[in-house]
Design a binder for this molecule. Sequence first.
Ligand SMILES: [Zn+2]
Length: 378
Amino acid sequence: MVDSTPRQRNRTEMLRLIRAGQGVTRADLARSTGLSRSAVQAIVSGLLSESQVSELEVEEKGPGTGSGRPGTLLVAVGDPVAGIDFGHNHLHVAIADSFGRLIGDRRIEIDVDLAAEEAMNAAAELLSTLRAEHDVTRLQAVAAGIPGPVDLASGLVQSPTILSGWVGLSPATELGRRIGVPVRIENDAALGALGELYGGAGRNHRDFLYVKASHGIGASLVLGGDLYRGGTGLAGEIGHTHLGGRTELCRCGNRGCLEAVVSVAAVIDQIAHTHPGGDRAAITLESFTDPITERILHESGRILGQVVSDLCNLVNPTAVIIGGELGAAGEAFVQGAEQAIRRYAQPATAAALVVRAAELGNRAELHGALALAARALV
Ligand SMILES: [Zn+2]
């Protein structure tokens, strides 16, 4: 449906904000839309009388209540939604109610890169198990994130060099067929940014950079309060930025790419190298907390931060939010990134910046998928 009047557009935008958030106040809506309190009140009254939204009394300060006093949150009414997060090495599936509150989730380890069909079968099965567990017979919408570039127009996985097992596939069509509900597909870093925008460290920022630092490195931009996808949906592929003087082999066919030097696997290789005698396969980012491991994480963060500092000069964000498994691995990695950003970005740009770990940790992508599924309804 085309929104023909400003009032209809405002109504759609407010419903979108209510559905994507985990409860918002009338004041939040006025701030986000730029509308007057009375205009917001008129539209909210309409939505309440149509049973599109309902009111939720809250006792304590929480996201969206702002004042610290008891308040009234507006929440969307409807069937549950589902989110799917495909990582390079894992699959995470969740169901949330129409208020955006998590009903349940399940995570398995799986090699997503090489086995697209198997990964999509596993996602459909896992979601089906989760629905049975929680007695969810109907889903309103599903959104899924994949760790590679998705063409905005065609919905096809685009790059022959990243996520090679998925190239030419339409995950939305394939997953939709398996699940029986329309599926929206998005790049995983974009979902991480949405997760942080609506329910994490990005709540108070309209211009920020989200970096997913995990088995690969991806970034996503939120500009003016909205996700920026680029001309064809491929913005933020910073993992293959060339690092001068580095020669590490990258899966994309080049040498010295950022994600060949900074990734979970590269960090674990270094940890294994400095802690000989153990089983490489058993080492995780959490295995050691000694100064050597801290130094490895700090240095990896610093290398990432140097690349990100150039982006800060270009975009002038007010926050850099670092997610993924490395973002959640402890303070050393994020501190290393912050140090390099403050060192290499222009001083005035750096002064306006907050650099921090994702508030939702490595669940940001999953929560972003749930937010996108809810957003897709309006
Ligand atoms: Zn590369």
